[in-house]
Design a protein around this ligand. Structure first.
Ligand SMILES: Cc1ncc(COP(=O)(O)O)c(C=O)c1O
Length: 353
């Protein structure tokens, strides 16, 4: 049939995540392998009544609480259906067809996927062979056609971070050409530094946070956009009326009500990461702390082959890359020491000489 299909969407090639991961040992998507404490989940579920489910989502109570939690105002924050949706809204609002979006490469794929969907030009700034990125290369990639510059701090997957001075140079250059700067802080709390103050005080800066990583509710889909009230206003114009759902908002609110649980999550994951790196290094493995809830390790055997064998023989999921720079590494999400012992036992066996 001769129907119209948006040309950009027609030409976009998507790879969707693997299914049937329940019951497997999941270290492949930077989730918390074990999730939140069961008693906490049970107590929140008690609050889900027929009335609760019958009412459309009301994000404001959460937004007030979250704003206070991060030291901002209600006008500075906006919820989205995962930061996935935040990325779409920001690109729709501040991008332009045939104009440019600058990111480093490799990076979180949804930035370039959304560029394809929307018909924007993605400008990838590549890493050096030693996995460092030259800030000059990012600055040189910004020109009059740039509408958006994206920095992930730390970047997923490489794990590099930016200094305050580097960020200031990028923001200043973006300002010269009228571009906004998105700082994706999905891995905040694992990496404690933040550029939040630039989002609150600057004219052209947005910080993204997610509840999928430390807060461990990837299933609920909750992201937060943080910026000045003008930017938040424009994104509000772009968003669906009901975006983040009530179950996500309820869980997120209760998480914020329990700062001691948040502290414990940070402690457990940091301990698990340190333990994993130490055990791998003891056995002579080359590893990299990617500063989020994930690490790289170079197996002795082919990374893709080890990934496949871990899945088939041990029901252990990790992530391997086709990218030339990362083809010898596997990315392993980290959780508690107990969760990581399962990975380590399986990995040492499968990768044995
Ligand atoms: C840097 C980065 N941003 C955003 C996301 C997406 O998070 P969400 O689950 O909130 O859509 C991820 C997920 O891995 C990520 O690594």
């Amino acid at each position: 049939m001769n129907y119209h299909v948006n040309e950009h969407i027609k030409n976009t090639v998507r790879v969707f995540p693997m299914q049937n991961r329940y019951g497997l040992h999941r270290y492949d998507m930077n989730e918390n392998p074990e999730g939140l404490p069961k008693e906490f989940v049970d107590s929140v579920l008690q609050e889900i009544t027929p009335e609760f489910l019958a009412i459309y989502p009301e994000p404001d109570r959460f937004l007030h609480k979250y704003a206070k939690f991060i030291g901002a105002e209600y006008e500075n924050v906006l919820t989205t259906n995962g930061s996935d949706m935040a990325i779409r809204y920001l690109l729709e609002t501040f991008g332009e067809v045939d104009k440019e979006v600058v990111t480093v490469a490799p990076s979180f794929e949804m930035y370039w996927v959304n560029c394809c969907i929307l018909g924007y030009r993605h400008v990838p700034v590549v890493y050096e062979p030693d996995l460092t990125i030259k800030i000059e290369n990012i600055l040189n990639a910004i020109n009059d056609n740039t509408r958006i510059v994206v920095l992930l701090n730390p970047n997923n997957p490489v794990g590099n971070v930016y200094t305050e001075e580097e960020l200031q140079r990028v923001i200043a250059r973006a300002k010269e050409v009228g571009a906004i700067v998105i700082i994706d802080e999905a891995y905040h709390y694992f990496y404690p530094n933040t550029f939040l103050n630039y989002a609150l005080e600057g004219e052209n800066v947005v910080v993204l946070r997610t509840f999928s990583k430390l807060f461990s509710i990837a299933a609920c889909r909750l992201g937060v956009i943080i910026s000045n009230p003008e930017i938040i206003h424009y994104v509000k114009n772009a968003r669906l009326t009901f975006d983040a759902n009530s179950i996500a908002l309820l869980f997120a609110e209760r998480i914020l009500d329990h700062p001691e649980m948040v502290e414990e999550l940070i402690r457990i994951e940091n301990e698990g990461k340190a333990y994993t790196l130490e055990e791998l290094q003891k056995k002579g493995y080359e590893c990299r702390d990617c500063r989020g809830n994930f690490i790289f390790v170079k197996p002795h055997h082919d990374a893709k082959e080890i990934t496949k064998r871990l899945e088939e023989e041990k029901q252990v999921l990790v992530h391997a890359y086709g990218n030339e720079l990362l083809k010898d590494d596997i990315r392993v999400s980290v959780g508690s020491k107990e969760a990581m012992q399962i990975f380590l036992d399986a990995f040492f066996e499968v990768d044995a000489d």
